[in-house]
Design a protein around this ligand. Sequence first.
Ligand SMILES: [Zn+2]
Length: 278
Amino acid sequence: MTGKPCIICVAITGSLPTKANNPAVPITIAEQIESTQQAFEAGASIAHCHVRDDEGKPTSDPVRFAALMEGIQRHCPGMIIQLSTGGRSGAGAARGGMLPLRPDMASLSVGSNNFPTRVYENPPDLVDWLAAEMITHGVKPEVEAFDLSHILKAHEMWRKGQIAALPYVQFVMGVKNAMPADRDVFDYYIHTVRRLFGADVHWCAAGIGPAQLTLNEWSVSAGGHARTGLEDNVRLDKDRLAPSNAALVARVVELCVKYDRPVANATQARALLGLKPS
Ligand SMILES: [Zn+2]
């Protein structure tokens, strides 16, 4: 599927990585804005964002999210801002406390699964509430599919009107104790989103740790969009730390060249995903 623009999402910080893992992980808001700008200039058009508190611990503090959004809007004109409602940054309704800021997008997990050392809990009432808040505030969800059942759940929610427009599904592979990077499963994920949502559906994939580059190549070559960034992986390879988020974005740009996929700029990415122009 050559020729179709590829949207590159950069997951800049996440909840887990620390400066001890890699000094390039941006933790403060100022570091996050600078790292996002470098990644934007390298070709990323979506910034997937978490925020940390003064001790570097994950938080869902809307004040910090607002400051990060403002900085990204100022330094990365048109870039799509996607805020995380993931479960490592808070519990219950606190996970959606930033949605009234009306970011372009927010992540939405629609089911539970295991994580490396715990259960990733997404109870049905919380999923329903987060989805409703996204509709109220005009936020496009990105469905995080850690399992096949999450794709089918997203379809059910779409049919019921709990997800307003065609869902944008992110396949997440390589989380320990969840779905590994398995090519047959990946292919079946693509088959399933196309069957349920139509051949023109947009999908993305993220690989964790060493699976990042693998999933980047599978996605770019199969006509999907690609997520990279220090949230998911802090290394270039087993011997070298990634020097920046931009360096990980540059790896995806190289794959886009290899597979004849133009890199979508922010304006194109907004049009592809049905988002309003900035
Ligand atoms: Zn995240």
